[in-house]
Design a protein. Sequence first.
Length: 91
Amino acid sequence: MSAQLVDFVASGATDAAEAKRILTVFAAGLTKAAGSSETEVGAAVKEVVARSSEAAAAADPMTAIEQDPNWEQAGSDLTAACKTAGVKINY
C-alpha cells in the first residue's frame, strides 16, 4: 500500500476521494503491523498512522499533508527507528 501512496503523490493527482482511500488503507495496514508494540519502531509507526489518519479525515488530504508540520518528521522518525533496530524500510 505504501507504493500506491508514493505513486499517487508522485503523479501529482488531486483526487481527494482516492487520497482518502489510500491513506485509510495505508493507516490500517500500519496499525495492524504495529499491533500493541511499545518499542521505538512501534511508537514511530503509530505516529505515521496518526498523521495519515488525520490527513485522510480532511476535506483535502493532500493539502492537509502539505500543511502538517509533523508529516515529514513522522516519516523520518520511522526511518531512523527502523535503522536503529536493524530493520530495512522501503517506502
